[in-house]
Each structure stands twice: as structure tokens, then as C-alpha cells.
Design a protein around this ligand. Structure first.
Ligand SMILES: O=C(CO)[C@H](O)[C@H](O)COP(=O)(O)O
Ligand SMILES: [Fe+2]
Length: 218
């Protein structure tokens, strides 16, 4: 059970200090938005490269960008341990996953809430992580979409059927109130943005979230 806090709701003018407030995190989730794939603009490669020197924690890049085929391998090269592209934006998802792995990073693919998992069943072995969005991508602080829970369950069943080691990440509206539902459905990696950075003690919140998720699996 891994907690990967999103820095989307952190103080973006103080990112170095902000990542040091989540020392117990398993990875730092970095939301890259380009104002094309989603209607919001956040940060990109130069910021990721600068931030790399400010923490030992692995980076989990979530690319909400058009043309990930062009850009995703560069995030691996910039030191991201995991690179997630959206299948809705990728021209050649299998080739892209292989390119990310060839750069030495974990390859991950994201599905928006209305994108089904079933067409990608045979691709699971190509992926180190599958990200199931539990809000429409683009903004932090949105309400968790319960309609995504059956897809998480179906994804977990497909992973079991194929015997793959692929991690199953959920992202969007994950909090102390919703994390158990995600864990019960089969998720094992949890992004939490506003829940962590609106907490008085973000690191304590990371630990609380992990305890709740682990209690479900125990
Ligand atoms: O990818 C994202 C939005 O597109 C963010 O990672 C996500 O929304 C995290 O924020 P919160 O936990 O506040 O929902
Ligand atoms: Fe994200």
C-alpha cells in the first residue's frame, strides 16, 4: 500500500520546501498539465528537473498532456521513477510503454473515468502501473467519483487473471473518507492531493491514509 501525494495543491512557489513536508510518502505525484489535454496548465520538464535535487523521494509523473509519445520518455530521462501517460492521448501506447521502460522508469497508463479497462486487458503485462482516475483530470480538490469503483474491481480481476505484478493506482478525491473504498476495490497505490496538503500536518496525513488502506487489506 503506497501513498503518493500530489503536489498540485501545494504552494507551487515553494515546491522544494513543500516536498520536504511529505517525507513518509512513497513517491511524489507530479501533475503535468498542458492546457490542451486538460483545461489547466501546471508545470513541466524544467520544473521537474529543478525539483529533482530537493528530495530523495521517487517522482511519479502524471502526464495530462497531448502527444505523450513525444514527451513521456523525457520525463524518465529527467529522473522520474514512474511515468504515466493517458491512453486517450497516446498514439501508440504499447510502443510508448516500452520506450519509458527502456529509459529505466516504470511505465504507467492512465484511464479517464469514462474510459473502459477491457480494451487494454492484453496490455497489462506491458505496464508497471495502471492509473484509474476517480475524477475527470484537470483540477485538484474535486469530489471522488464512486462510479469508478466497479472499474477498479474489474482491473484488479484482470490483473489476477493474467498474474501480472502491475500496480493499481487511483487518483482524484482520495481522502480518509474514500480511501477504504478504493482499497477494498483492489487499488494499492493512492494519490492524495488536497487531503494531504490541506492537512495541518501533511506527513501525519500520509501515515493516516496508509494505515486506513492497510487496515482494509489486513
Ligand atoms: O491528476 C490530478 C487531477 O487531474 C490530481 O493528481 C488529483 O486531482 C489530486 O488532487 P485531489 O486529491 O485533490 O483530487
Ligand atoms: Fe494526478
Amino acid at each position: 500500500m503506497q501513498i503518493t501525494p500530489s503536489i498540485l495543491n501545494a504552494d507551487l512557489a515553494n515546491l522544494g520546501a513543500e516536498v520536504r513536508r511529505i517525507g513518509s510518502a512513497d513517491m511524489v505525484h507530479i501533475d503535468v498539465m498542458d492546457n490542451h489535454f486538460v483545461p489547466n496548465l501546471t508545470l513541466g520538464l524544467p520544473v521537474v528537473e529543478s525539483l529533482r535535487a530537493h528530495t530523495e523521494l521517487p517522482f511519479d509523473a502524471h502526464l495530462m498532456i497531448a502527444d505523450p509519445d513525444r514527451w513521456a520518455p523525457a520525463y524518465a530521462e529527467a529522473g522520474c521513477a514512474s511515468v504515466t501517460f493517458h491512453v486517450e492521448a497516446a498514439a501508440a501506447p504499447v510502443r510508448l510503454a516500452r520506450e519509458i521502460r527502456a529509459q529505466g522508469a516504470r511505465a504507467s497508463m492512465a484511464l479517464k473515468p469514462a474510459t473502459p479497462i477491457e480494451p487494454y486487458e492484453d496490455m497489462l503485462a506491458e505496464l508497471d502501473m495502471l492509473l484509474i482516475m476517480t475524477v475527470e483530470p484537470g483540477f485538484g480538490g474535486q469530489k471522488f467519483l464512486d462510479m469508478c469503483l466497479p472499474k477498479i474491481r474489474r482491473a484488479r480481476a484482470l490483473m489476477d487473471k493474467h498474474g501480472v505484478e502491475t500496480w493499481l493506482q487511483v487518483d482524484g478525491g482520495v481522502s480518509l473518507e474514500t480511501i477504504e473504498r478504493c482499497a477494498e476495490a483492489g487499488a494499492d497505490v493512492f494519490v492524495a492531493g488536497s487531503a494531504v496538503y490541506s492537512a495541518a500536518d501533511p506527513d501525519a496525513m500520509v501515515k493516516d491514509l496508509r494505515s486506513k488502506a492497510e487496515a482494509v487489506r489486513a
